[in-house]
Design a protein around this ligand. Structure first.
Ligand code: 5GP
Ligand code: MN
Length: 337
């Protein structure tokens, strides 16, 4: 962490009574929530009295065990409260996203916020709309960066097991349980410190991964047996779900989380996509292996972005047209290594 920027942040944090907001991206995942609540907990434990955590929308039930989760202001449910917290804050921490449009219907509010915006994030190409930027694409997760941030502020001893659990959840979910994006020894050193603080890794794994509803498990089975299409020539595969499919399996927030990764488990598949038909758009998740760059694919063709090997986007065409467009792009070989 850049020491000049850290000393700027220390100055900005000198008043413990000032209002502070922590904002994360739309469709919050384990890292979005874990890094935000970890920072929130740390600030509370450090004596800051007026801190808010805001998410644009709801998050999956398998993340609802985190400490302080009940205190999150979900803009979808209380837009006025979310806006007031952001507009009233002297400091706005922006966690796990690289562009203001990632906060969905809070975009205007965040742009208009007068407080200093501090970005902590690990996505490539952060926009220059933030006042202080802690961005590093070589770390596993924003949660890992929040650990460094807290340590750089001299707060490592202030962390308790609840903060550690939040940060651990961020690291575990953003690395697919330590299977990608975690080839740096540092990640394991941080993880060891979190375990030393009392995190029970096995217990958290069960809370995050072994709490499927029967409907969710059946939806996964249906995806794999009925909806998976393999394009061997392109080393690619995709899965698509219509609104009707989702209804059939009583779809709940988070039920399709991780589905795209199964396509990546097929031998010789280096690119996978998951298409989900929403009310007014198709939501897309991309995953890739090695040098296949899905951040570029999402940015160029599907109004999105993300990391090189994990990205997302959306399309305003029909499900069928969107899938055809994806197949056309990869058949033209525009993604070849
Ligand atoms: P997921 O497929 O799990 O929704 O997202 C994978 C990664 O891509 C995450 O890091 C997420 O932040 C990013 N991502 C997902 N959707 C979008 C999008 O619409 N725009 C951008 N810029 N990033 C996205
Ligand atoms: Mn992340």
């Amino acid at each position: 962490m850049n020491p000049i920027m850290i000393s700027q942040v220390k100055n900005l944090l000198s008043d413990k009574d000032q209002p502070i907001a922590i904002v994360t991206h739309t469709n919050p995942d384990g890292d979005a929530l874990g890094s935000s609540l970890g920072l929130y907990g740390f600030l509370l434990l450090s004596g800051y009295k007026r801190v808010s955590v805001i998410t644009p929308d709801r998050y999956p039930s398998f993340l609802q065990w985190m400490a302080w989760e009940q205190e999150i202001v979900v803009a979808d449910q209380d837009q006025a409260k979310a806006e007031a917290a952001i507009l009233g804050a002297k400091l706005v921490f922006c966690l796990d996203f690289n562009g203001i449009n990632r906060v969905n219907h809070l975009e205007e509010t965040l742009r208009n916020a007068k407080g200093k915006k501090i970005l902590i994030d690990h996505h490539p190409q952060p926009e220059d709309e933030f006042d202080i930027v802690f961005s590093n694409t070589n770390v596993s997760s924003t949660a890992e960066l929040v650990f460094y941030f807290i340590a750089a502020l001299g707060g490592e001893m202030t962390m308790d097991v609840r903060v550690a659990e939040c940060l651990y959840a961020g690291i575990v979910t953003d690395t697919g349980s330590f299977s990608y994006g975690c080839n740096e020894p540092k990640t394991y050193e941080i993880t060891a410190k979190l375990i030393a603080l009392g995190v029970d890794g096995e217990h958290l794994h069960r809370l995050i991964y072994n709490t499927y509803s029967a409907d969710r498990m059946r939806l996964l089975g249906y995806c794999l047996s009925e909806k998976l299409k393999v394009l061997p020539e392109q080393n690619a595969a995709h899965i698509s779900l219509s609104a009707k499919d989702l209804k059939r399996f009583n779809h709940q927030e988070g039920d399709t989380e991780g589905v795209v990764n199964y396509a990546m488990s097929i031998e010789n598949i280096h690119l996978a996509a998951l298409f989900i038909e929403k009310e007014d758009h198709v939501k897309i998740s991309f995953r890739s292996a090695g040098v296949v760059d899905v951040n570029m694919l999402a940015r160029e063709y599907f109004n999105g972005g993300g990391h090189r090997n994990a990205a997302g986007g959306k399309s305003f065409d029909s499900l069928e047209v969107t899938i055809r467009q994806f197949e056309d792009v990869i058949k033209k070989g525009q993604l070849k290594k």
